[in-house]
Design a protein around this ligand. Structure first.
Ligand code: GDP
Ligand code: MG
Length: 193
Protein backbone atom coordinates (compact mmCIF):
# COMPACT_ATOMS: atom_id res chain seq x y z
CA UNK A 1 0.00 0.00 0.00
CA UNK A 2 1.37 3.36 -1.01
CA UNK A 3 4.61 1.94 -2.32
CA UNK A 4 6.21 3.30 -5.43
CA UNK A 5 7.10 1.84 -8.77
CA UNK A 6 10.73 2.83 -8.67
CA UNK A 7 11.68 -0.86 -8.65
CA UNK A 8 9.50 -1.65 -11.66
CA UNK A 9 12.43 -3.41 -13.35
CA UNK A 10 11.72 -6.38 -11.08
CA UNK A 11 7.99 -6.37 -11.54
CA UNK A 12 8.13 -6.48 -15.33
CA UNK A 13 9.70 -9.92 -15.17
CA UNK A 14 7.07 -11.35 -12.82
CA UNK A 15 4.06 -13.16 -14.22
CA UNK A 16 4.67 -12.61 -17.91
CA UNK A 17 1.99 -13.73 -20.39
CA UNK A 18 -0.35 -11.05 -21.71
CA UNK A 19 0.40 -8.65 -18.86
CA UNK A 20 4.01 -8.01 -19.78
CA UNK A 21 4.93 -4.39 -20.50
CA UNK A 22 1.25 -3.50 -20.33
CA UNK A 23 1.15 0.14 -19.30
CA UNK A 24 -2.17 1.92 -18.91
CA UNK A 25 -2.32 5.65 -19.50
CA UNK A 26 -4.81 7.26 -17.18
CA UNK A 27 -5.63 10.95 -17.53
CA UNK A 28 -7.05 13.23 -14.83
CA UNK A 29 -9.59 15.81 -15.98
CA UNK A 30 -11.52 18.41 -14.00
CA UNK A 31 -11.76 22.00 -12.99
CA UNK A 32 -9.06 23.82 -11.09
CA UNK A 33 -9.05 23.18 -7.36
CA UNK A 34 -11.11 19.99 -7.28
CA UNK A 35 -8.18 17.89 -6.04
CA UNK A 36 -6.66 16.28 -9.14
CA UNK A 37 -3.09 16.85 -8.03
CA UNK A 38 -3.90 15.75 -4.49
CA UNK A 39 -5.38 12.49 -5.76
CA UNK A 40 -2.37 12.00 -8.03
CA UNK A 41 0.03 12.48 -5.14
CA UNK A 42 -1.85 10.01 -2.98
CA UNK A 43 -1.77 7.56 -5.86
CA UNK A 44 1.96 8.10 -6.28
CA UNK A 45 2.45 7.69 -2.55
CA UNK A 46 4.33 10.96 -2.39
CA UNK A 47 2.01 13.27 -0.56
CA UNK A 48 4.72 13.51 2.07
CA UNK A 49 7.75 15.37 0.79
CA UNK A 50 10.92 13.39 0.26
CA UNK A 51 9.38 10.16 -0.89
CA UNK A 52 11.32 8.75 -3.82
CA UNK A 53 8.57 7.75 -6.21
CA UNK A 54 9.14 7.97 -9.93
CA UNK A 55 7.59 11.32 -10.55
CA UNK A 56 8.42 13.16 -13.74
CA UNK A 57 6.77 16.52 -13.80
CA UNK A 58 3.09 15.84 -13.52
CA UNK A 59 3.08 12.19 -14.38
CA UNK A 60 3.07 9.42 -11.82
CA UNK A 61 4.29 5.96 -12.58
CA UNK A 62 3.23 3.08 -10.42
CA UNK A 63 2.38 -0.59 -10.47
CA UNK A 64 -0.52 -1.92 -8.47
CA UNK A 65 -1.71 -5.46 -7.97
CA UNK A 66 -5.41 -5.86 -8.72
CA UNK A 67 -7.09 -9.25 -8.49
CA UNK A 68 -3.69 -10.88 -8.10
CA UNK A 69 -2.41 -9.44 -11.33
CA UNK A 70 -0.04 -6.55 -11.66
CA UNK A 71 -0.90 -3.47 -13.67
CA UNK A 72 1.33 -0.54 -14.48
CA UNK A 73 -0.32 2.82 -14.54
CA UNK A 74 1.01 6.11 -15.75
CA UNK A 75 -1.18 8.81 -14.32
CA UNK A 76 -1.20 12.15 -16.12
CA UNK A 77 -2.00 15.29 -14.16
CA UNK A 78 -1.40 17.63 -17.08
CA UNK A 79 -4.86 18.95 -17.89
CA UNK A 80 -4.09 22.34 -16.36
CA UNK A 81 -0.42 22.46 -17.26
CA UNK A 82 -0.91 25.21 -19.78
CA UNK A 83 -3.87 26.69 -21.53
CA UNK A 84 -3.10 25.54 -25.02
CA UNK A 85 -5.86 23.95 -27.02
CA UNK A 86 -3.27 21.56 -28.35
CA UNK A 87 -2.58 20.09 -24.92
CA UNK A 88 -6.27 19.70 -24.16
CA UNK A 89 -6.83 17.86 -27.42
CA UNK A 90 -3.79 15.74 -26.73
CA UNK A 91 -5.21 14.83 -23.32
CA UNK A 92 -8.49 13.80 -24.86
CA UNK A 93 -6.72 11.51 -27.28
CA UNK A 94 -3.97 9.88 -25.28
CA UNK A 95 -5.80 8.15 -22.42
CA UNK A 96 -6.63 4.47 -22.07
CA UNK A 97 -8.94 5.61 -19.29
CA UNK A 98 -10.11 8.86 -17.70
CA UNK A 99 -10.79 10.13 -14.23
CA UNK A 100 -13.14 13.11 -14.32
CA UNK A 101 -12.97 14.88 -10.98
CA UNK A 102 -15.29 17.40 -9.40
CA UNK A 103 -15.50 18.66 -5.86
CA UNK A 104 -18.62 17.78 -3.87
CA UNK A 105 -18.30 21.26 -2.35
CA UNK A 106 -18.49 23.02 -5.72
CA UNK A 107 -21.56 22.71 -7.90
CA UNK A 108 -19.95 24.43 -10.87
CA UNK A 109 -17.13 21.90 -10.91
CA UNK A 110 -19.84 19.21 -11.11
CA UNK A 111 -21.37 20.94 -14.12
CA UNK A 112 -17.92 21.23 -15.65
CA UNK A 113 -17.49 17.48 -15.22
CA UNK A 114 -20.52 16.90 -17.44
CA UNK A 115 -19.06 19.17 -20.09
CA UNK A 116 -15.82 17.26 -19.98
CA UNK A 117 -17.66 13.97 -20.37
CA UNK A 118 -19.38 15.34 -23.47
CA UNK A 119 -16.11 16.64 -24.92
CA UNK A 120 -14.50 13.30 -24.31
CA UNK A 121 -17.30 11.44 -25.99
CA UNK A 122 -16.93 13.71 -28.99
CA UNK A 123 -13.19 13.27 -29.18
CA UNK A 124 -13.35 9.49 -28.93
CA UNK A 125 -16.66 8.77 -30.61
CA UNK A 126 -16.64 5.13 -31.53
CA UNK A 127 -14.46 4.06 -28.64
CA UNK A 128 -15.77 2.69 -25.42
CA UNK A 129 -13.17 4.17 -23.08
CA UNK A 130 -13.37 3.58 -19.34
CA UNK A 131 -14.30 6.68 -17.39
CA UNK A 132 -14.76 7.15 -13.68
CA UNK A 133 -16.59 10.18 -12.36
CA UNK A 134 -15.07 11.19 -9.03
CA UNK A 135 -16.69 13.39 -6.40
CA UNK A 136 -13.70 14.44 -4.31
CA UNK A 137 -13.54 16.20 -0.90
CA UNK A 138 -16.16 13.93 0.62
CA UNK A 139 -14.68 14.81 4.01
CA UNK A 140 -16.02 18.37 3.80
CA UNK A 141 -19.47 17.40 5.02
CA UNK A 142 -20.65 20.86 5.99
CA UNK A 143 -19.87 22.57 2.72
CA UNK A 144 -21.25 19.86 0.45
CA UNK A 145 -23.14 21.18 -2.61
CA UNK A 146 -23.48 17.98 -4.61
CA UNK A 147 -25.17 14.94 -3.07
CA UNK A 148 -24.06 11.35 -3.57
CA UNK A 149 -27.31 10.72 -5.44
CA UNK A 150 -26.69 13.56 -7.87
CA UNK A 151 -23.22 12.20 -8.54
CA UNK A 152 -24.32 8.65 -9.16
CA UNK A 153 -27.32 9.75 -11.25
CA UNK A 154 -24.97 11.76 -13.44
CA UNK A 155 -22.73 8.72 -13.86
CA UNK A 156 -25.71 6.65 -14.97
CA UNK A 157 -26.63 9.23 -17.60
CA UNK A 158 -23.06 9.37 -18.82
CA UNK A 159 -22.59 5.64 -18.71
CA UNK A 160 -19.56 5.69 -16.49
CA UNK A 161 -18.54 4.52 -13.02
CA UNK A 162 -18.81 6.73 -9.98
CA UNK A 163 -16.99 7.01 -6.67
CA UNK A 164 -16.63 9.62 -3.97
CA UNK A 165 -13.16 10.14 -2.54
CA UNK A 166 -11.27 12.21 -0.05
CA UNK A 167 -7.71 12.82 -1.08
CA UNK A 168 -7.12 14.42 2.31
CA UNK A 169 -8.22 11.33 4.24
CA UNK A 170 -7.03 8.90 1.52
CA UNK A 171 -10.57 7.62 1.52
CA UNK A 172 -11.48 5.47 -1.51
CA UNK A 173 -8.38 6.52 -3.44
CA UNK A 174 -7.07 2.96 -3.61
CA UNK A 175 -10.52 1.76 -4.71
CA UNK A 176 -10.59 4.40 -7.41
CA UNK A 177 -7.41 3.17 -9.05
CA UNK A 178 -8.27 -0.49 -8.64
CA UNK A 179 -11.60 0.31 -10.28
CA UNK A 180 -9.84 1.94 -13.22
CA UNK A 181 -7.67 -1.13 -13.76
CA UNK A 182 -10.65 -3.47 -13.61
CA UNK A 183 -12.56 -1.38 -16.11
CA UNK A 184 -9.67 -1.26 -18.54
CA UNK A 185 -9.32 -5.04 -18.30
CA UNK A 186 -13.04 -5.57 -18.84
CA UNK A 187 -13.07 -3.52 -22.02
CA UNK A 188 -9.92 -5.19 -23.26
CA UNK A 189 -11.38 -8.66 -22.69
CA UNK A 190 -14.65 -7.88 -24.41
CA UNK A 191 -12.75 -6.49 -27.41
CA UNK A 192 -10.67 -9.63 -27.78
CA UNK A 193 -13.68 -11.91 -27.99
P1 GDP B 1 -6.30 20.58 -8.60
O1 GDP B 1 -6.29 22.02 -8.99
O2 GDP B 1 -7.48 19.88 -9.17
O3 GDP B 1 -5.02 19.89 -8.89
O4 GDP B 1 -6.54 20.54 -7.02
P2 GDP B 1 -5.46 20.38 -5.84
O5 GDP B 1 -5.07 18.96 -5.69
O6 GDP B 1 -4.38 21.36 -6.04
O7 GDP B 1 -6.36 20.75 -4.57
C1 GDP B 1 -6.93 22.04 -4.42
C2 GDP B 1 -7.15 22.31 -2.95
O8 GDP B 1 -8.10 21.41 -2.42
C3 GDP B 1 -5.89 22.12 -2.11
O9 GDP B 1 -5.88 23.12 -1.12
C4 GDP B 1 -6.06 20.75 -1.50
O10 GDP B 1 -5.41 20.63 -0.27
C5 GDP B 1 -7.56 20.69 -1.32
N1 GDP B 1 -8.06 19.31 -1.38
C6 GDP B 1 -7.83 18.40 -2.35
N2 GDP B 1 -8.45 17.25 -2.10
C7 GDP B 1 -9.13 17.42 -0.93
C8 GDP B 1 -9.98 16.57 -0.13
O11 GDP B 1 -10.26 15.42 -0.43
N3 GDP B 1 -10.49 17.14 1.00
C9 GDP B 1 -10.21 18.41 1.39
N4 GDP B 1 -10.75 18.85 2.52
N5 GDP B 1 -9.41 19.22 0.65
C10 GDP B 1 -8.88 18.74 -0.48
MG1 MG C 1 -3.36 20.53 -9.95
Amino acid sequence: RGSCASDSSDSVISTGSETESQVYKVVLLGEHGVGKSSLARVFGGIEDAGHDCDETGNTYDRSIVVDEEEASIVLYDIWEQDNSQWLKEQCMRMGDAYIIVYSVTDKSSFEKASELRIQLRRARQSENIPIILVGNKSDLVRSREVSVDEGSACAVVFDCKFIETSASLHHNVQDLFEGIVRQIRLRKDSKEE
